[in-house]
Design a protein around this ligand. Structure first.
Ligand SMILES: Nc1ncnc2c1ncn2[C@@H]1O[C@H](COP(=O)(O)OP(=O)(O)OP(=O)(O)O)[C@@H](O)[C@H]1O
Ligand SMILES: [Mg+2]
Length: 440
């Protein structure tokens, strides 16, 4: 019986680290592919059959998290092992969210590495189980949950634009699902088989963004030792998602404009340009119009990007979706924390519905994760953060007498603290006696 050597793809921008990993793994009879960047890794994935991805998180340019998402989207069967020098719970959580099954903080011993690799390879089997959970969810459009009118509108627009290459600008507050919308457009559309490349323009140092986006030739700048493809070339045939487009420098804006006008890309230092078929989706939570007026964003680029614009509504404008979203997150995360069959109590539902969610869906997701950790077998008000419980929603109200406002306000605070008068008095900054009188 011959044992097949498993193909492991290891990705790290630190070549010493790559060497160490390589040595440990080869000794154990694994076969390794090595990549010094996410783009190299994507190239290897296209041409080889990989059994496990092992990646660093912190890398310049596209980071390991983006690679994990990419593999999740394009090679669902490949398990992922994330290594990071910045071990933090947050990183671990994000990694688990996007399907990375194992997580290994640096420094680690050879044995820890090998155990993680073995576990990851074993995890391949449980994959089918996971996807059946996702399949059970209702009202789910490419991972987006909702039934409100605003949500239906959003899905309608996605349906109308998904199959053509028109440039799209997604605007919306932080945490409203801009990236999810971009992914939905790509994966529901007719080029879904081609790459979806997400680039966070704000996360790449300004002096690198140009070459990262468009590629560079040997000698294009000091240190450019070989010709390299950029994200645009990597996205050919598919979609490039330019997140936080408002942070792109004016130099990058000029080049982007040319790409959008001519449909071709020229590498840094190159005389020739290449024709590309890429749909550009940009996203921003800053007001680009205002930036145009102030001169920090090119007007011509703004109009080129804004061919189709999509607004992701804040959660407070689609309150009907709050509980469905909360239940989805509950369903999605409880297993990660070793819990099951958790319920949302009536009181918790009331509080979630009342809050106005300035951090939108991301905030709701975080609140539910925290509650899962805190709760026993039902999520109660005590498992929700004080800021959510006691936050007084700001709604435009009609003009009424001060007394009316006072009365309403007192009732709201009382409701928020479960009629606990001491707590209410503390929040209202009056003493309990005064409060009692006012209640009378
Ligand atoms: N309709 C939805 N259904 C389920 N989950 C959603 C929905 N919209 C957003 N989310 C989740 O909420 C979180 C925030 O979404 P996303 O990252 O797309 O927001 P964003 O608008 O890009 O935020 P930011 O401006 O902060 O980058 C993600 O974890 C995403 O999966
Ligand atoms: Mg985003």
């Amino acid at each position: 019986m011959s044992i097949r050597k498993e193909n492991l793809l290891i990705v790290d921008d630190d070549y010493d680290m790559l060497e160490i990993l390589d040595r440990h793994l080869e000794q154990e009879n694994y076969h390794t592919y090595k990549a010094g960047s996410v783009l190299e890794a994507i190239d290897i994935l296209k041409h080889s059959e990989i059994d496990l991805l092992i990646t660093d998180l912190q890398m310049p340019g596209m980071n390991g998290m983006e690679l994990v998402k990419y593999v999740d989207d394009h090679y669902t069967e490949i398990p992922k092992l994330v290594i990071t020098g910045f071990p933090s719970i947050d990183n671990a959580l994000t990694a688990i969210k996007s399907g990375a099954l194992e997580y290994l903080p640096k420094p680690f011993t050879k044995n820890e590495l090998l155990t993680s690799v073995k576990n990851s390879l074993l995890n391949r089997a449980s994959k089918a189980q996971k996807s059946s959970i996702a399949g059970e969810l209702r009202n789910n459009y490419a991972g987006m949950i909702g039934t409100s009118a605003k949500f239906e509108e959003l899905v309608d627009i996605i349906e109308r634009v998904k199959n053509n290459r028109a440039t799209i600008l997604i605007k919306g507050e932080s945490g409203t699902g801009k990236e999810l919308v971009a992914r939905a457009i790509h994966y529901k559309g007719s080029f879904a088989k081609n790459p979806f490349i997400a680039v966070n323009c704000g996360a790449i140092p300004e002096n690198l963004l140009e070459s990262e986006l468009f590629g560079s030739t040997k000698g294009a700048y000091t240190g450019a030792s070989e010709t390299r493809e950029g994200y645009f070339q990597a996205a050919n045939g598919g979609t490039i998602f330019l997140d936080e487009i408002g942070t792109a420098s004016l130099a990058v804006q000029v080049r982007l404009l040319r790409v959008l006008q001519e449909k071709e890309v020229r590498k840094l230092g190159d005389k020739k340009s290449e024709k590309l078929q890429v749909r550009v989706i940009a996203a921003t939570n800053s007001n680009l119009r205002e930036m145009v007026e102030k001169g920090s964003f090119r007007e011509d680029l703004y109009y080129r990007l804004n061919v189709v614009d999509i607004l992701t509504p804040p959660l407070r404008e689609r309150k009907e979706d709050i509980i469905a979203l909360a239940k989805t997150f509950l369903e999605k995360y409880q297993r990660d924390y070793g819990k099951s069959n958790l319920k949302l109590s009536e009181k918790a539902i009331e509080i979630l519905n009342r809050y106005n969610w300035p951090g939108n869906i991301r905030e709701l997701e975080n609140v539910i994760q925290r509650a899962i950790i805190m709760c026993e077998d039902e999520i109660l008000p005590q498992d929700l953060p004080a800021s959510v419980k006691y936050k007084i929603p700001t709604v435009d109200e009609e003009l009424v007498a001060l007394k009316e406002v006072e009365k309403k306000h007192i009732l709201k605070v009382l409701a928020a603290v479960d009629q606990n008068k001491s707590k209410a008095a503390e929040i209202l900054q009056i003493d309990r006696k005064t409060l009692r009188e006012k209640i009378k």
